[in-house]
Design a protein around this ligand. Structure first.
Ligand code: 0O2
Ligand code: 0O2
Length: 213
């Protein structure tokens, strides 16, 4: 495939990213209008670079004429949450939409089953229908859902992995594993603080309701 062929091939993928970003941002806006806490903090999305598609196809032995059927993360959406609990609310929102405007194909829970690298995130692979000039295309999209702490860790680790490729020094890997554990502890601490804040708010609300009576 030449550059022009790749551009044409990637059209539905970038369209899917744009549409899904609009849809998830709409959920965030809805919570804001309702004056409710949004489990979604922010969303990013990307279409995999052609060089990364080629590298992954070679690594996974995927023939280039089958990347659309066998590579699930050419289109990727990332949803960031403040608290670990929010991740499960976002998962529920996505599950409730399966069979409507998207179709869940697989869920990968790298939060319970963290990767040896220390990576934590919840991945949902969906099939998403895109209306193109040539008719409907059902394409794979990978949705990654993570906390801000998980995202911080993954971003740093991703840059280091890129720098060192397969040769990550053992000392740095060790530090990354410790940092992953620290990020996990941080999420736990923040959840406890959140519970305290919520409890305090309930007490204040109950008290002011009694004052009115
Ligand atoms: P809003 O309304 O501020 O949420 P785009 O095409 O601009 O929508 P793009 O080009 O993919 O998205 O940008 P990018 O850099 O991936 O960032 C996407 C959104 O995430 C942007 O918001 C950023 O402001 C926001 N963002 C990135 N990093 C952080 C962060 O650390 N914390 C927070 N809270 N937000 C972050 P938008 O698109 O302007 O929309
Ligand atoms: P990008 O665009 O550079 O982020 P794999 O064999 O791991 O490459 P697989 O098995 O098809 O891919 O899917 P997996 O592992 O469920 O999800 C792949 C994506 O999850 C990666 O995309 C990363 O975005 C993220 N990810 C998985 N493991 C790690 C990790 O150890 N560290 C970090 N930082 N991210 C991880 P790519 O392919 O790397 O593309």
């Amino acid at each position: 495939m030449d550059t022009q062929d790749w551009k044409i091939f990637l059209i539905p993928y970038s369209q899917a990213i744009e549409e899904l970003k609009v849809k998830f941002k709409a959920i965030r806006k809805e919570f804001a209008i309702l004056d409710e806490y949004s489990p979604i903090e922010f969303i990013t999305g990307r279409v995999k670079k052609v060089s990364s598609i080629l590298e992954k196809a070679e690594r996974k032995n995927i023939p280039l004429d089958q990347v659309d059927k066998k590579m699930e993360d050419i289109a990727g959406i990332r949803i960031m949450c403040q608290f670990a609990e929010d991740i499960y609310k976002v998962i529920d929102i996505i599950r409730a939409r399966s069979g409507k405007d998207l179709y869940i194909v697989e869920e990968r829970d790298y939060i319970t089953n963290l990767k040896p690298s220390g990576y934590r995130s919840y991945h949902i692979i969906i099939k998403y229908p895109v209306q193109t000039a040539m008719g409907e295309r059902l394409i794979f999209v990978e949705i990654q859902i993570r906390t801000l702490a998980m995202n911080f860790w993954a971003t740093i680790e991703h840059s280091l992995r890129y720098k060192y490729r397969q040769n990550m020094p053992a000392e740095i890997q060790d530090r990354l594993n410790k940092a992953a554990e620290a990020a996990f502890q941080l999420d736990g601490e923040m959840s406890e603080i959140r519970d305290e804040v919520l409890k305090a708010q309930e007490i204040i609300q109950e008290k002011s309701a009694k004052d009115i009576d």
